[in-house]
Write a protein that binds this ligand. Structure first.
Ligand code: 6MZ
Length: 385
């Protein structure tokens, strides 16, 4: 990686729209947390160290890693700490608008509800000290101090529904998002292991009823388990005016991909494993795509960068935005993603700058924020030239 080019990518203002909180935790923080739990005998530090240091991991392995990260991070004070650090790391990268997504977690054993998890996130945001953060859609709430001349950054939140969750848990997340709109929650993300959970609701129990004497015996005929679906929660969120982004096509489930496009989310993430028909559908629907290059390569979702679908979408002028996905897990940064796009696809500085600026069109915020961001880019272009 050319150092000078990377520095240029850092200096460009950027918009980050696909970043998972727990995937963006610094390795140094994970090690520190692992050491504490190791000393308490909750985990074996060296096992954790090996897992964290592993470079390439399949998509399946990544989800095992997240389970481990959640053991390390999920108590209120740690959630606050990682939120502060992650936002400050993005600010240091010159990210001027960040949509940070996280899965609100309930853990009765430590008195954590989805709401208290999010309160801990908000506390982390308010603790950010390296930049002024605007996190309220009405522009009323900032952590600005009087007379501050610090850089300003917009932060908005997306609440993630994990595909493992029940319909009820997904609905609770949507209700929480509605409750927290004034605190900068703008939408819902569907994420998690793509082979878990179903898009459609269906009745998989094939059962036989034997009515005899005074009782009814129900036999589970084929042993197919009922799985709840997240669709009712997503529909409800959309009806209530929340923005929706879906992880779509991380695995080649064409039926689900088709249904997701028909749902017409405001954006989708990844779009890796589309067949020709769904690819055509996506392009004609013009749904913006959050592209995560390093993540796709590291998880082997895309076998090599030169066949990445970025090129096709870019040439077709399809709305797209470069993102990190999990900057901690994949040891990347948004500047590195821009640098990678530039070196892999031969984009010059003008194209890179335009790519960064055009992302403003796809943010889940109002026109006032968009106008302010456009002004920031206008100023930046003068300095960079
Ligand atoms: C799907 C992903 C993901 O929510 O605990 N997540 N879901 N595909 C991916 N591509 C690699 N990367 C991260 O952050 C971690 C959670 O984000 C989702 C997973 O559900 C993971 O557990 P939070 O802050």
């Amino acid at each position: 990686m050319n150092r000078e080019e990377l520095e240029w990518c850092v200096s460009v203002p950027k918009v980050e729209l696909h970043a998972h909180l727990n995937g963006s935790v610094r390795n140094s923080t994970l090690f520190e947390l692992a050491r504490v739990l190791g000393d308490k005998g909750v985990i074996v530090f060296s096992d954790v160290e090996n897992v964290i240091m592993k470079d390439d991991r399949t998509l399946h392995e990544v989800f095992k890693l997240f389970d481990l990260i959640h053991i390390l991070t999920t108590d209120h004070s740690t959630v606050t700490r990682i939120t502060k650090e992650v936002i400050e790391d993005f600010a240091a990268e010159n990210v001027v608008y960040l949509e940070l997504r996280t899965t609100p977690k309930r853990n009765d054993s430590i008195g954590m509800s989805k709401r208290s998890y999010m309160d801990a996130v908000m506390e982390g945001l308010r603790a950010v000290s390296s930049v002024d953060v605007d996190y309220s859609p009405a522009g009323l709430k900032t952590n600005t101090f009087n007379g501050s001349t610090r850089k300003k950054m917009y932060v908005r939140f997306l609440l993630s529904i994990d595909r493992r969750e029940s319909t009820e848990a997904a609905m609770e997340t949507v209700k929480l998002a509605l409750e927290m709109r004034d605190l900068g929650v703008v939408g819902i993300d569907l994420s998690g292991n793509p082979i878990v959970g179903n898009w459609y609701s269906y009745f998989p129990y094939l059962f036989m009823c034997f009515e005899g004497y005074n009782s009814i015996i129900i036999l589970n005929f084929l042993g197919i388990r009922h799985r709840s679906t997240f669709l009712p929660a997503l529909k409800f969120a959309k009806e209530k005016g929340l923005y929706i982004t879906l992880h779509c096509g991380e695995v080649p489930n064409q039926e689900e991909i088709k249904a997701m496009i028909d749902f017409f989310p405001h954006r989708i993430g990844h779009a890796c494993c589309f067949d020709e028909e769904n690819w055509r559908k996506l392009k004609s629907a013009k749904i913006p795509v959050e592209i995560c290059l390093t993540s796709n390569i590291r998880t082997e979702t895309i076998s090599s960068i030169d066949i990445h679908h970025f090129v096709d979408l870019y040439k077709a002028k399809h709305p797209l935005v470069l993102c990190t996905d999990d900057s901690g897990v994949f040891s990347t940064s948004l500047s590195r993603e821009y640098n990678l796009a530039s070196s892999s696809f031969g984009l010059g500085k003008t194209e890179m700058f335009q790519l960064a600026e055009i992302a403003i069109n796809f943010i889940f915020a109002d026109d006032g924020v968009k106008a302010d961001l456009r002004a920031t880019f206008k100023e930046a272009v003068k300095k960079l030239n």
